[in-house]
Design a protein around this ligand. Structure first.
Ligand code: SF4
Length: 276
């Protein structure tokens, strides 16, 4: 597959309009998520998901057999090329964007800001997820004053999923950055280890409906992680149960179906529950 090599710095790196952020709004949060192209889907072949498995990459990538990329995919690739070509400029833009966002939310009196149309424009409370579809250890990137993005915004709640267990050793986790480990078909043992350390782990179950998620798995309570994406609000030391979602967009509906057939990244509840 040929990826675009050029990029244009986009107006915004973070977005607030998708199914995940809408669920957060129901809980009174505006969620800002950054979506890059996952894994090695970039012109440089650089892996932005260092601990991805074959199964998760297959379930996640754009390799749907489509002849062309759609606008959403192109947007992710554009940001990724920008990040890879000019990390300093990219991170400074992110810093400026978050400075503006923090100011906007600080100025809100009450729980929300209503726009001219009578609809909520933004909520007082907000959260930021930088790895919407990547697994970059942003804690290692210093931006200004030898500080990373989490240190530069100590009053902002950040959260992410990761497959990189080493990131759980970083002290930043005890402050304003919440991480949920992400189970794949190759890290079952590590997932259990992380659970035994008291953290949360997301498991993707091959179920058709959220209601079919198990209530317990491997001795741990399973919560429905699809109710919202605000992982920092979850109770502690649980499995965050997720249902794999087939694409539903116009022109892309069901396009990722083949990516998950016979893919051990998804847990087959009917097979596995007997062993619990
Ligand atoms: S690590 Fe996450 S974002 Fe990266 S390819 Fe796997 S599922 Fe996708």
């Amino acid at each position: 597959m040929k990826f675009p090599t050029s990029y244009k710095a986009p107006k915004n790196l973070l977005s607030t309009k998708n199914s995940k952020t809408i669920k957060g709004e129901k809980l009174g949060y505006t969620t800002y998520i950054m979506y890059l192209a996952p894994h090695t889907q970039n012109s440089k072949g650089k892996n932005l998901c260092s601990h991805a498995s074959v199964g998760c990459a297959k379930a996640c990538l754009f390799n749907s057999g489509a002849a062309r990329f759609n606008q959403v995919q192109l947007g992710k690739m554009n940001k990724t090329e920008y990040f890879l070509a000019d990390k300093k400029g990219f991170m400074l833009q992110l810093f400026n964007e978050l400075t503006r966002i923090e100011k906007l939310h600080k100025a809100i009196v009450g729980d929300e800001q209503i726009g001219r149309t009578g609809k909520v424009v933004r909520y007082k409370k907000f959260a930021v997820r930088l790895n919407g579809t990547s697994d970059i250890p942003f804690e290692n990137i210093k931006i200004v004053d030898n500080k990373n993005i989490f240190e530069l915004f100590p009053n902002v709640q950040f959260y992410d999923y990761t497959k990189n267990n080493k990131r759980f050793d970083n002290k930043i986790l005890s402050t304003n950055y919440h991480l949920t480990f992400s189970r794949s078909e190759t890290n079952d043992k590590v997932s259990l280890d992380i659970l035994n350390r008291g953290y949360n782990v997301a498991y993707v179950f091959g179920v058709k409906k959220e209601q079919d998620l198990p209530t317990h798995y491997n001795g741990f309570t399973v919560i429905n992680g699809d109710e919202s994406d605000l992982r920092f609000l979850d109770e502690e030391n649980v499995i965050v149960g997720l249902k794999y979602k087939l694409m539903t967009g116009k022109g892309t509906s069901g396009m990722n179906k083949d990516n998950v057939n016979n893919n051990d990244f998804l847990i087959d509840v009917s097979k596995q529950l007997a062993t619990v």
